[in-house]
Design a protein around this ligand. Sequence first.
Ligand code: FCB
Length: 426
Amino acid sequence: MASQLEFTRGFLWGAATSSHQVEGNCTNNNWWAWEQEGGHIADGSVSGLACDHYRRFEEDFRLAAELGHTAQRISVEWSRIEPEEGRFDERELDHYRAVCGAIRRHGMAPTVTLHHFTHPVWVARQGGWENPRVVDWLARFAERTGRALGDRVAVWWTINEPMVAPLVGYLLGAHPPCVRDLGRALAVARHTLLAHGAMYRALKAVAPATTPVGIVHNMMYLEPLDPGSAADRAEAEQQDWFLNGWYLHGIATGEVAPPAGGGEEAPGLRGSFDAIGLNYYSRLLVRAGGFDGSENPLLVRRPGERAEFTDEMGWEVHPPGLRLQLLRLAKLGKPLYVTENGHATLDEDARARYLPIHLREVHAAITAGADVRGYFYWSLMDNFEWGEGYAKHFGLIAIEPGTLARRPRPAAYLYRDIIRANAVPA
Ligand code: FCB
């Protein structure tokens, strides 16, 4: 057996970030406003200056290039680009032109997400994802940003993890606007799907024809807790449809299917992707009857089965799920990218184990026929982990609190060696 599992030439290697989590001073969006209310963020922090990446991006990309990266995944901040409804700020578009230019100058491919969780305050005030007009607002934003950056972007992503707003913002009530209402969550889910389709079309109309445009979907790998139980199997299938299935069905067929509609056909949605980004972190074991609130669903395990959980997030480390989700996505017949995968920890041995065991699964998926074109570790650097604040350490690069000094962690060098070899040890 070969001692190295080689990747295809030109495979993109990089890390991911998002604007609100790293830039600092994203003062004009709904997350910033929510943080100021106090009491919402687990460690009592606010995003504040974050990593000051808005000003230090040049240094950060130089460091990423030194660490061997060949691509970066970033997001642009809608609330900067369109600070008021219909008013686009050319200076901010110039800023992101400079950001993409810096990535390129350092020899890396910029891949850019348009919407990564945050809405401008003016959007949130008008109902955010619940307002059907969000579809047109996002399409216009995509069109303007696509025009400004189109010649510099290698891959466009419309929306990051479209199921997070309905699930976490409108069903679990843990992200702003903290609603717990299934009906409203389903309306929001429908709008994220329609918005993706509209953004895809808007970008295709202005960006170079060869630049792929896709969606970034987070796909937990769901399994029945007891594979021998028909009831557990049915529950796992139903939850998988809610979290993963109907969205993929929507972009593939153009149908807004239940649970977020009654089978309506959305014009222009069918085939609205040239690539798919997969964010993969964990497996979820599902038992019939759903969750009664007495247990953390992420910690459910099978009796007698060994399981490892990440120490800071408590997510199960389950690499085969990455391969299986890639193979499932491969059936859609388009290029795939792993747009996020990572481990929040201060235990560098654990991070160093995590990387190769996941990359081997990516390699196995490619061997089995999946057209995977790149891998982006989450995250380039420690950052503001949404409702968890600054207590989670996903970074290849540590950010020293206070001074914001950048210090690559040992796993960053392990990753550099993998990238240099374009191969992972077997
Ligand atoms: C994903 C998000 C990303 C980060 C990681 C840990 O769901 O896209 O911003 O929070 O989880």
